[in-house]
Design a binder for this molecule. Structure first.
Ligand SMILES: Nc1nc2c(ncn2[C@@H]2O[C@H](COP(=O)(O)OP(=O)(O)OP(=O)(O)O)[C@@H](O)[C@H]2O)c(=O)[nH]1
Ligand SMILES: [Mg+2]
Length: 241
């Protein structure tokens, strides 16, 4: 009935909206598209569809009174798409460097991805994500130890938080983006860290915090470890696709 409605606050409910771009890079078939689609649409597809060029998806989340829109830029990992790297790098506040935990050569490639991205954008927060943890967990314990050790060294050089994830089994997916958000806006995150070898690592407190002023950071990051010298044991996990 007219006039019977309680008086409402006439100040319009205008929310702030902030858009942040996040790039996903890494070798072919490491699981970039799967991770992005899982995060945005909560779908996982076992079948591989190669990304030709750049995929793009958005997801809106709420942080207090602000809407945060993640613009996710997923670059196909085949070398032929390297000329599109600026689309995923320039303008990104965080870059997720993905490698497949069951294929050490994809961790080795992170060095080159990092150098290339760094040349285009040395201010973005890097996040190092090892994918397919569901397969890695069944692999040889010594192999798991070697990979975890090398990943820590890479994270130190890159000043990048580490996350081991499984898109197939929904492990640590949301947390990757929570870490990105907390580093970009310098917010305190209360998620417990996971540091024990063999567990799905989540190490973020000591990485990604410094002022990433280019004058503070070495122009040519030096990686000492060769992850390519780590051979995955012949087990069911090594044929991950
Ligand atoms: N077991 C397992 N398989 C996964 C996981 N994530 C992705 N995959 C599979 O790995 C394959 C490659 O995944 P994609 O997401 O297409 O890989 P990509 O990095 O986007 O590959 P490009 O587009 O060629 O660069 C697919 O068959 C996925 O189903 C995971 O967490 N566990
Ligand atoms: Mg893809």
């Amino acid at each position: 009935m007219p006039g019977s409605e309680p008086k409402r606050n006439l100040v319009p409910d205008v929310k702030n909206q902030v858009e942040i771009q996040v790039g996903l890079v890494g070798d072919a078939q490491v699981g970039k598209t799967s991770l992005m689609v899982k995060y945005v649409q909560n779908i996982f597809d076992e079948e591989y569809t190669q990304t030709l060029g750049v995929n793009f998806l958005k997801r809106k989340i709420n942080l207090r009174s602000t809407d945060i829109v993640f613009s996710l830029m997923d670059l196909g990992g085949q070398r032929e798409f390297i000329n599109m790297l600026p689309l995923a790098s320039v303008g990104s506040s965080a870059i997720i460097f993905l490698f497949d935990l069951t294929r050490p050569e994809t961790l080795d490639s992170v060095k080159e991805w990092y150098r290339q991205v760094y040349g285009l954008n040395n201010l973005a927060i890097p996040i190092l994500v090892g994918t397919k943890y569901d397969l890695f967990i069944d692999m040889d314990k010594e192999y798991q130890k070697q990979i975890s050790h090398t990943v820590l060294e890479y994270a130190q050089v890159m000043n990048a938080p580490i996350v081991f994830s499984s898109t197939a089994k929904s492990i640590n997916i949301q947390k990757i983006f929570k870490i990105a958000l907390s580093k970009i806006f310098n917010l305190t995150l209360t998620i417990p860290e996971i540091t024990r070898t063999g567990d799905p690592l989540l190490i973020y407190r000591k990485f990604g915090n410094q002022n990433r002023n280019p004058t503070n950071v070495s122009a040519s990051p030096v990686f000492s470890s060769q992850s390519s010298s780590i051979s995955p044991p012949k087990s069911k996990g090594t044929t991950a696709s």
